[in-house]
Write a protein that binds this ligand. Structure first.
Ligand code: ADP
Length: 209
């Protein structure tokens, strides 16, 4: 599999000023009360099942525009996620643990209701191909009609990650393919645990660690 360029060192780009606040589903609410002057906040909602470097690239680039990005994991069982919300929260939090400008939370129900509990001024979404556009256009239009003050900002994928989606990562991993370099190491390990491959297959794939 083609290996993308080594990704940026998050610590170099976003030196830790203080520890990241931990919390459960009420992070957004608490932050609204505590941080009235947090600057420009964007919410990046999604399934993140699991998080990929495509998602991470969007967050890193958004931090050049916004003072804070809230990664908001949607609790939507209808999508039959591979990873539970807790597992997804843990993987995303682990990655961003040294970047206080990124908060990680989960939400149930309407995104606009969740956004209203935060200081966010914008919903952030990523676009890969034109196939993403139609769905994203409908969602952004619906959210705009539910809350006329709320805008959705789209960021184009990077050339290294245009082919990366959580769905294809899961498909490839399930069949024993390598996804290193496309998702954080912790996600690689969690995928290996989920798709318990037979020992012989693991050996063959170099997964014998
Ligand atoms: P959802 O189920 O809400 O689409 P995803 O976790 O699949 O959640 O995606 C969240 C957002 O991240 C979406 O806007 C999606 O288009 C974007 N995204 C996913 N993968 C990439 C990628 N490789 N490059 C850019 N954007 C991406």
């Amino acid at each position: 599999m083609v290996q993308p360029r080594p990704r940026k060192d998050p610590e170099r780009n976003f030196p830790a000023q203080c520890g990241q606040k931990k919390g459960g589903n009420n992070v957004a609410k608490r932050k609204k009360e505590e941080d009235e002057d947090m600057g420009k906040v964007a919410i990046y909602p999604g399934s993140f099942d699991p998080i990929t470097y495509g998602h991470i690239d969007i967050v890193e680039r958004a931090l050049e525009i916004f003072d804070k990005v809230i990664v908001a994991i949607a609790e939507n069982e209808e999508k039959r996620p591979l990873f539970s919300v807790e597992e997804r929260l843990q993987m995303v939090r682990a990655f961003f643990k040294d970047i206080p400008k990124v908060m990680v939370d989960s939400f149930k129900g309407l995104l606009v209701d969740y956004v209203a509990k935060t200081n966010a001024i914008v919903i952030l979404r990523g676009l890969r191909a034109t196939s993403d556009f139609e769905y994203e256009f409908h969602m952004a239009s619906m959210n705009r009609s539910l809350n006329t003050h709320l805008d959705t900002l789209f960021m184009m994928t990077s050339k290294d990650y245009f082919f990366v989606s959580s769905r294809t990562i899961k498909e490839v991993a399930r069949l024993g393919g390598g996804v290193e370099g496309l998702v954080p190491d912790l996600v690689v390990r969690r995928l290996k645990e989920k798709f318990k491959l037979p020992v012989t297959k693991k050996k063959q794939m170099g997964w014998d660690d």
